[in-house]
Design a protein around this ligand. Sequence first.
Ligand code: FES
Ligand code: FE
Length: 430
Amino acid sequence: MTISGNFVDGYVQTKVGLLDRRIFIDPEIYAKELEQVFGRAWLFVGHETQVPKPNDFMANYMAEDPVLVTRDAKGKLHTFLNMCRHRGNRICRADHGNAPSFMCTYHGWTFSTDGKLVGVPGYKEAYFEELDRSQWGLVEASCDTYKGFIFANWDRQAPSLPNYLSNKKSEIDFMAERPTGEAEVIGGVHRWVMGHNWKFAADNFGSDGYHHPITHGSIRNATVDGKLYNRSVAERLEFRDPLDNMPAGPLRNYYKAHAEFLKKRMGGSLDGQNQILGSVFTVFPNVSFNCSRYAVRVWHPRGPDKTEVWAYCLVDKSAPQDVKNAMRNHITQTFGPSGNLEQDDASNWIQSTQTAKGFISPKYVQNLQLGLNHEEDASVNETGQRGLYHRWAKLMDAPSWSAIPDWDQIVTSPSSSVRKTHVTVRQVSN
Ligand code: FES
Ligand code: FE
């Protein structure tokens, strides 16, 4: 297929809540989004606690491009393309570690943790000192942090990170500020590949409160203490004390002991809050945060119908070890390759992507009209998803960032999990 027409009000019609299904499957659209979206947006590349010391490094990806996040000898953070400037070999194959320099395994060009080319075999005898080493350092992206979360961007014209994050900063605060101090990433990164377009995951975590009682129906019929119920759809969403939803033991006790902090952080009241730990949300385009389980996941695109998930486990840095262990267990039991909630979600995203591969099915648009024009009144809506796709379409059309002066004004709603109203699903009958 050849791309025809605009994305705003063409492929993506957020004013009427319609999406062309080809945005999830077409190779040309995918190639364009690598350039226009992932080549220009701020992308999450890790957490500062993963590279605490000078010369620490970790490998990651910005979309399909491998990158290396380093803390140089002076303590400054960098994000480089993980690619030797000689013939393009990957300069570092380790996931993480500490090293003052990286020597390419092909011909031995060597780069320091601040990206400089510091070693070239044959520099005198074969290059005759004519190679300008200052021009052949590692390719560097802009790099900035917000409350410990590291983001990088290839486009020097992009808005600053604080402007780009806009109203998501206050949601990230819930992830970063814990009862006993800061958060830290523990363990390695869970990684796995799934057969769906990355946007399904990003939009689901962005604000799909609609799917909970159905997709996660089986888990909502169970309790953390192992009892099983046969709840109606409405009952599955009934407000319960969120701390009672925590596994009994160190984790529940820890949060109960810090209930005052959590209450204050929520603005003073817990009434009607079904997630006092914070919300589930996506920072455009592809990093999602689940504050109720302190899980972070990145949806790395791997082609139009494949996503490589990278899942991080964040715990309270100063919490007792048994609480940290309970937090890690809670994350991996619910989200991650074996997580009971994760598998519910992925199954639907895979089917929703794969059905778009046919000849007939892409001719039919997707419906994204939940709560449209009733944003204030609808008990659950798809406002956040409409915002995400509107941002995506804007970047797909825009020749440069200067064509999107209203980036931070694009309407998105808080995810359903922080809505102060009691969440019910009137639209669905059991
Ligand atoms: Fe790295 Fe030749 S490709 S030194
Ligand atoms: Fe889900």
